[in-house]
Design a protein around this ligand. Structure first.
Ligand SMILES: Cc1cc2nc3c(=O)[nH]c(=O)nc-3n(C[C@H](O)[C@H](O)[C@H](O)COP(=O)(O)OP(=O)(O)OC[C@H]3O[C@@H](n4cnc5c(N)ncnc54)[C@H](O)[C@@H]3O)c2cc1C
Length: 318
């Protein structure tokens, strides 16, 4: 953290001891290693600390954005105003019977390992997906015909007014790469219902096989899929069909090998990456009439510009 600006006393911050950073470099946390600064940044370790941060943000009228480990985000080089909260330090795992509960900052891959250590299986297919359990739940992360929602039991979340809620599993609340959680709901605890098994050696091997598959080169260099798949069509196929954008002014490109993933070259900025995303979406729309939706989280002005683009495309369609 840089330039700590506020140190809260116990009177002003119920959680005590939490600090907000000013001009926090998003580049440091984003897997794209690009992006400007967040005006303010907080990394609470407990729900109480999070509530204190929200209280402060509300008093100061700060706009809030929430992230986890930053594996799947893109922020403008000009930065974002308001408060960026990461829940990556909200840790803790408890296992009771077949129920595993985890703080939002626990890494998904680590949870799968710990579950296997306790003879619990059911998420091995998601092995190797980078990021936290909350990040994964927020998009219902899926791989190899398995989704987080297959094991989801309930989650506690906080709304920006500081109230705590619980959402329990209901089949219709999750769909492919989409979950029941909206932007102003901050997940603080996730409960997964797993299966007891004595075949843990087998489960560990299965999991490692999926990790290997995910990290075969050149996948390691990319920051995950950019657009959501449609119910009956892969975004990768549409991008390939429309034709890749190759622009000498953009030090990034969608890959021939994994057509829904962007690979960046030395020095590439987030503005270049966003420009590539916009141009690709426009080309796909022109060629196929389909407006893709980003699966990656766009922060600040990128989100606004994306909204404008999709509104324009709806107008063109009408
Ligand atoms: C190489 C690579 C491979 C990937 N492969 C897959 C894959 O096979 N399948 C798949 O589904 N995904 C895949 N992903 C995407 C992956 O799901 C996300 O990267 C991950 O779930 C994001 O977790 P994160 O903690 O880094 O969240 P961030 O990237 O920090 O944030 C992503 C989203 O999660 C939300 N979020 C984070 N924490 C919270 C919280 N506490 N409460 C509410 N919302 C929160 C944020 O608001 C944001 O919208 C891949 C990504 C990479 C980089």
């Amino acid at each position: 953290m840089q330039n700590l600006v506020y140190h809260f006393s116990m009177q002003s911050m119920k959680g005590g001891g939490i600090t907000l950073a000013e001009d926090f470099s998003i580049k440091e946390i984003s897997l794209f290693r690009a992006g400007g600064n967040a005006e303010f940044y907080a990394e609470p370790r407990t729900t109480d600390e999070l509530l204190s941060v929200l209280h402060l943000a509300s008093e100061r009228g700060l706009h809030i954005e929430v992230i986890g480990a930053g594996s799947h985000i893109l922020a403008p080089e000009s930065g974002i105003s308001g408060l960026l909260i990461s829940t990556r330090s909200m840790k803790g795992i408890t296992i009771r019977g077949d129920l595993l509960t985890a703080g939002p900052g626990e890494m998904l891959d680590g949870i799968i390992n710990i579950a296997i250590d306790h003879n619990l299986i059911g998420l091995e297919e998601l092995g190797g997906i980078p990021g936290t359990i909350a990040g994964a739940l927020s998009i219902n992360a899926s791989a190899n015909n398995r989704s987080i929602s297959n094991a989801f039991f309930y989650a506690d979340y906080v709304t920006t007014d500081g109230r705590i809620h619980r959402r329990t599993f209901y089949p219709d609340t999750f769909s492919l790469q989409d979950s029941a959680f909206s932007e102003d709901e901050i997940i603080v605890n996730v409960a997964l219902r797993l299966k007891h098994s004595k075949a843990t050696a087998e489960a560990r091997l299965r999991k490692e096989k999926f990790v290997e598959l995910m990290f075969i080169p050149p996948c390691r260099r990319c920051a995950g899929e950019v657009f959501r798949d449609l119910a009956d069509m892969k975004a990768a196929d549409l991008i390939r069909q429309a034709g890749f954008i190759r622009d000498p002014g953009i030090r990034a490109e969608f890959s021939d090998y994994q057509s829904n993933c962007i690979f960046t070259y030395e020095g590439c900025t987030s503005d270049e990456i966003f420009s590539l995303i916009l141009k690709t979406a426009e080309r796909v729309y022109e060629e196929t009439g389909i407006m893709l939706e980003p699966s990656i989280t766009l922060l600040g002005s990128f989100r606004e510009r994306w909204k404008e683009l999709s509104q324009q495309s709806h107008l063109r369609k009408a």
